[in-house]
Design a protein around this ligand. Structure first.
Ligand code: OTU
Length: 648
């Protein structure tokens, strides 16, 4: 129900709005639907503050100006998206994350590579952070010094707009980051804070001495314990300690101050009106801090995300939100919203649990931990989706729960140690080449760096010039990708993986990167090598063709849209991950063998299709397969997978 006061706010602002009645009616409808919740959430967070009323009114002003500044092209695109049920859950979407400079050069060079992207079949691009960020202290662009100025390393705003227009004309989608939790210490606000301006010191968490930081430190984990230990940095210019959870040059914004919210909403609307289809909110778990807590995933962080979602939805309903929370399986579900906000907070979250348990299964040949984890992952509400991925620009954290490992009959400590050893070269039987990241002797925690291909054994296989090992590594890599592509969610390829890129150790020679081994898996694309992709007999060609095929199969089958239609199966063999995807007129059975031994699958798994025999189409090999009796078994080779559809 719209409150009378909000109704008059609406009337007042609608009068001044130009443009088509049709669009305006949509705006009005969404305002009526969202504004009472917006007000309640806002008051919960800020109602007790003296300036809260004034800033609320500013938020509403911003919302309406964002709408009036939104182009007719984008408003039309919004309307088209809304016509579909959950456009962002579609089987038609396949994404790729890439660094503009490392992939192509500058923004116009990315435009020249759109043909390559199309050749692959990708139609949704995540451009890694490209707004201004100090070259020597950038955290890969995640330390932003100006949210609206494109860093000159990549070109300028016009180039970005041009690329966006080109992409839309090709039916592609764009994802950009909003780095909400912190700014670079060179951002204007941080500079002003350093210069002593109280207003801007209040944009951050500043403390005159160590008393509060010491108390807080006790409960706060360290994100980068090796390269950036501790969560506070002494700033001698202002003689204060500032909270810096990530690197010391990344200052945490204080969202307890509503002026920070207003300032960041301004940036969010700026991105929305650039034509961003999916906004990746970086590190949302961290956006609210309370003394005496871990300062991660707090209830008010969720409220703030709900508020942001509702504020975005009114003027820019076509922009979906991805919450980049890399947290445990139970915690991640909260990012999709609870209670009345179910499926109304983040539209997407990273499926870090599936990703990590896939690496677990690959190292052990055993999918039981994954099966335990999937019981939780599967609880995601309809109308939201996962970003599925095998690798991204960050490390792999083994962030699932200990009980999942225990339920699979293993000791959590020994098991995690085995996995870390397996991927970091400490275990001699492993073909994987990676490294530990963020090793913390205090709690024995560590994550893993390394490229998809190197972790799957390709680097070692090439070094030993072993054709069979090369083939096995390509099969493993394809298996990993197949699960991202065919289980519920939108696959996001990390650029270079489509060509089988190996670790790149050149970051060690660059002082601005050498302290951070995540750079080993952020390749600089060698386009001469990439041109080998047209020859299927090369590694590049084989890996590229396999990605093309995965994308094509996904697009051709509606059962791969993510509409709460993934049903996990438990086969006797722990080596096999299996699930069924369904749509109105189709069932697709997916079986993935994570072990180095041939396994057998009972034909009785097809009983749900009714009385046999069954003829099914295996989509990966494009061949018909006959299953004659539920008493029979069929073979699945090491690292092989079957995608069996009853639609032939
Ligand atoms: C995100 O990462 C980015 O993806 C990283 O590249 C940045 O360094 C970081 O934020 C700071 O902006 O906060 O919610 O384990 O997974 O730091 C998860 C490392 C994050 C990343 C973690 C992460």
């Amino acid at each position: 129900m719209l409150r009378p006061r909000l109704l008059s706010e609406l009337d007042l602002r609608l009068k001044n709005l130009k443009g088509s009645e049709d669009f305006k009616n949509g705006l009005k409808e969404r305002f009526i639907a969202n504004s009472s919740d917006i007000e309640d959430l806002y008051n919960d967070l800020y109602g007790h503050l003296p300036n809260s009323k004034k800033l609320f009114s500013q938020l509403l002003d911003q919302l309406f100006s964002a709408y009036s500044e939104r182009s007719v092209e984008l408003k039309t695109r919004d309307k088209d998206k809304l016509k579909e049920d959950y456009w962002f859950c579609s089987e038609q979407l396949t994404g790729m994350s890439l660094y503009v400079d490392r992939f192509a050069g500058k923004l116009p060079d990315v435009e020249k590579k759109l043909n390559y992207i199309e050749e692959l079949g990708v139609n949704f691009l995540h451009l890694m952070p490209l707004f201004e960020s100090p070259k020597d202290a950038s955290d890969g662009g995640y330390a932003v010094s100006d949210f609206k100025r494109v860093d000159e390393r990549f070109g300028n705003l016009k180039d970005l707009q041009h690329l966006g227009t080109q992409m839309r004309s090709k039916g592609m989608y764009l994802m950009l980051d909003i780095i909400l939790n912190h700014t670079s210490d060179r951002h204007e606000w941080a500079q002003k804070a350093k210069a002593g301006e109280k207003k801007y010191q209040d944009f951050y968490y500043c403390y005159p001495d160590r008393s509060i930081p010491d108390l807080m430190e006790y409960h706060m984990p360290e994100v980068f314990p090796e390269s950036a230990p501790g969560n506070f940095t002494y700033i001698h210019e202002m003689n204060q300690w500032v909270m810096s959870v990530f690197h010391s040059y990344q200052w945490d914004l204080n969202f307890k101050n509503p002026e920070v919210l207003v300032a960041m909403m301004d940036n969010i609307y700026f991105y929305a009106n650039l034509g961003v289809d999916i906004l990746r909110i970086d590190a949302p778990a961290f956006i609210w801090k309370e003394q005496g807590t871990s300062c991660q995933g707090l209830p008010n962080a969720h409220k703030l995300l709900q508020l942001i979602k509702l504020l975005v939805e009114v003027p820019a309903p076509g922009m979906a939100i991805l919450g980049e929370a890399i947290v445990g399986p139970h915690q991640i579900l909260e990012y999709f919203g609870k209670g009345r906000f179910t499926a109304h907070q983040c539209d997407f979250a990273y499926n870090a649990t599936q990703m990590a348990t896939q690496w677990d299964a690959l190292a052990t040949g055993d999918t039981r931990v994954m099966r335990e984890a999937m019981k939780v992952v599967d609880l995601k509400p309809l109308g939201t989706s996962w970003i599925n991925y095998s690798r991204c620009h960050d490390d792999i954290g083994l962030g699932y729960d200990d009980y999942m490992i225990s339920n699979a009959g293993k000791d959590p400590n020994l098991h995690r140690k085995y996995l870390k050893d397996y991927y970091s070269g400490a275990f001699s039987g492993s073909p994987s080449k990676g490294a530990l990241f963020g090793a913390n002797p205090k709690n024995n925690d560590a994550r893993i760096s390394g490229s998809l291909a190197s972790l799957c054994g390709l680097e070692a296989a090439l070094e030993s010039n072993d054709p069979q090992a090369i083939q096995t590594s390509i099969n493993k890599l394809t298996l990993m990708q197949a699960q991202s592509f065919f289980s519920g969610g939108i696959p996001l390829i990390f650029y270079g993986d489509e060509l089988g890129s190996l670790n790149d150790y050149s970051y060690l020679n660059d002082a601005s990167k050498s302290y951070d081994n995540r750079w080993m898996h952020r390749p600089i694309i060698d386009w001469d090598k990439a041109s080998k992709r047209t020859n299927i007999d090369t590694i590049e060609g084989s890996v590229f063709e396999r990605h093309q095929r995965l994308i094509r199969i996904r697009k051709e089958n509606k059962a791969f849209a993510d509409l709460k239609n993934t049903h996990w199966l438990t086969l006797n063999s722990p080596a096999i991950c299996s699930f069924i995807r369904t749509s109105e007129d189709q069932s697709v059975f997916c079986f993935l063998n994570y072990s180095n031994e041939t396994q057998q699958i009972p034909e009785s798994v097809f009983n749900s299709l009714g009385k046999g025999p069954h003829q099914l189409k295996e989509l990966w090999s494009n061949q018909l397969m006959e299953f004659k009796s539920p008493l029979n078994y069929f073979d699945i080779k090491p690292y092989q997978f079957y995608i069996l559809s009853n639609k032939i």
